[in-house]
Design a binder for this molecule. Structure first.
Ligand code: NAD
Length: 429
């Protein structure tokens, strides 16, 4: 979701790569991962940095820097989002690409992992400038992306419109008889432009379902449970929407512009309408503004970080009141904070499990495009739920059998699947 006005201070991104490597090494030590395979998985396959010029509305030319990091494709084409944000750089793209490899592997998809984006603040550009930036970036990426090679999707500050521009630009560079066979070069497209029913809500739905599965697993219900959401974009909104439908109550929300609180509840759909008309959540009726640093200490049962990485750190982990953290964002909790939370008995539903509905929804869109099929919303949501429940069950099983936390269990499942592929295939030549 692209919003106007000036963002509050850029959050820290340092350490995401450090975090994902520590998570990977921890799980690899436990399973005694083959050292040669550890070497392969510990590094990215390909890293592309492109500088490209774009004509601005005032006639001046600005040069942008874009990234695409392809971590691993042992299980299938590279897959992962494109982010438009000032914190995008090569290390952020590397870390996020690695998380995608573990996520697609855990979900049992025929995909590898990639991530990329452009280092920019989209609030500073007009829609037509963003369109030209996106199209020129796509052109610069050229055949380094492709429907059977590397398939981007939306992420922070990119949306179905961004994907439609990418698709159109990519198709336009192909010969006429190849154009319509390239529909699956991106996922998360608008429905009218080859998108799938349900892809819009798939990530938030998976955050919700994981919380619901967790509640059932711990013999509780979501009725009247209080939750807070950091990030009220695609993931945060849809997670809140489904939780509210289940009887839970949203009491706090934070976006890039500020934080709002009402212990009696904030109506999710009214806040969505307000956000759409105002460009942010600040000043919403019957809420009080609270300082950014107090957000994670709000009284609640469920905490959903659904914005950027490294938001839950040693500086706020001990203040968290929630008994479960459902990671909508990628890498929101750093390694030290996670240790502190686990010691206090806080459950963490890890990103590569909790938000995996997004890439599963993307897989369904890719399959439909590839096979010339169109599935109904009901069909997509049913298939999504089935797959998500399988992953949840596996993670709980491994976590209990090996006596490890849920993130480590998720990593173990993901890494073992990749290990098997390498062992069976061997290394060329
Ligand atoms: P989005 O652009 O739709 O929304 C991002 C939200 O985060 C906005 O409300 C924005 O104001 C807020 N935000 C930005 N900076 C913030 C800050 N410093 N503090 C508080 N809030 C801030 O993005 P999205 O697609 O909802 O993605 C959110 C997270 O979920 C990202 O970490 C992304 O990688 C992850 N994710 C997204 C998908 C997907 O399908 N879109 C899938 C899996 C994971």
């Amino acid at each position: 979701m692209i919003t106007q006005e000036v963002e509050k201070e850029t959050p820290q991104k340092q350490g995401m790569l450090n975090n994902v490597m520590r998570q990977f090494n921890n799980a690899s030590d436990i399973i005694e991962l083959n050292t040669n395979i550890r070497k392969i998985l510990g590094i990215t396959n390909n890293e592309l940095v492109v500088h490209f010029p774009v004509k601005m509305d005032n006639g001046e030319v600005e040069v942008f820097t874009g990234y695409r990091v392809q971590h691993n494709n042992a299980l299938g084409p590279y897959k992962g989002g494109l982010r438009y944000h000032p914190t995008v750089d090569i290390d952020a793209a590397r870390a996020l690409a690695m998380w995608m490899t573990w996520k697609t592997s855990l979900a049992g998809l025929p995909y590898g992992g990639a991530k990329g984006g452009i280092q920019l603040d989209p609030t500073k550009y007009s829609t037509s400038e963003l369109e030209r930036i996106t199209r020129r970036f796509t052109y610069a990426l050229g055949d380094n992306i492709g429907p059977e090679l590397d398939i981007p999707a939306p992420d922070v500050n990119t949306n179905p419109q961004t994907m439609a521009w990418i698709l159109d630009t990519y198709m336009s560079t192909k010969s006429p008889n190849e154009r319509s066979t390239n529909m699956h070069v991106v996922t998360g497209k608008p429905i009218g432009a080859g998108g799938s029913e349900g892809r819009d809500r798939a990530t938030g739905y998976s955050v919700f379902l994981n919380i619901k599965f967790w509640a059932a697993h711990t013999n509780t219900t979501l009725k009247n449970k209080k939750f807070i959401v950091q990030g009220f974009g695609n993931v945060g909104y849809w997670a809140a929407h489904f939780l509210e439908n289940e009887g839970a109550k949203m009491v706090g929300v934070q976006d890039a512009f500020g934080s709002i609180y009402n212990p009696d509840g904030i109506d999710v759909e009214s806040l969505l309408a307000y956000n759409q008309s105002h460009g942010n959540i600040v000043g919403f009726a019957n809420t009080v503004s609270i300082p950014t640093e107090d957000f994670f200490s709000l009284a609640c049962d469920i905490c959903i970080p659904a914005a950027l990485g490294n938001q839950i750190t040693i500086s706020n982990a001990n203040a968290i009141k929630a008994s479960v953290i459902a990671e909508g964002a990628n890498g929101p909790t750093d390694v030290e904070a996670e240790q502190m939370l686990l010691q206090r008995g806080v459950a963490i539903l890890p990103d590569i499990l909790c938000n995996s509905g997004g890439v599963i929804g993307s897989y369904f869109e890719w399959l439909q495009n590839r096979n010339g099929e169109i599935w109904s919303l009901e069909e997509v949501m049913q298939k999504l739920e089935k797959k998500l429940y399988e992953s949840f069950k596996k993670v709980i099983e491994v976590s209990e059998n090996r006596n490890v936390d849920k993130r480590t269990a998720a990593f173990i499942i993901a890494i073992e699947r990749l290990e098997q592929a390498y062992v069976q295939r061997g290394i060329f030549p």
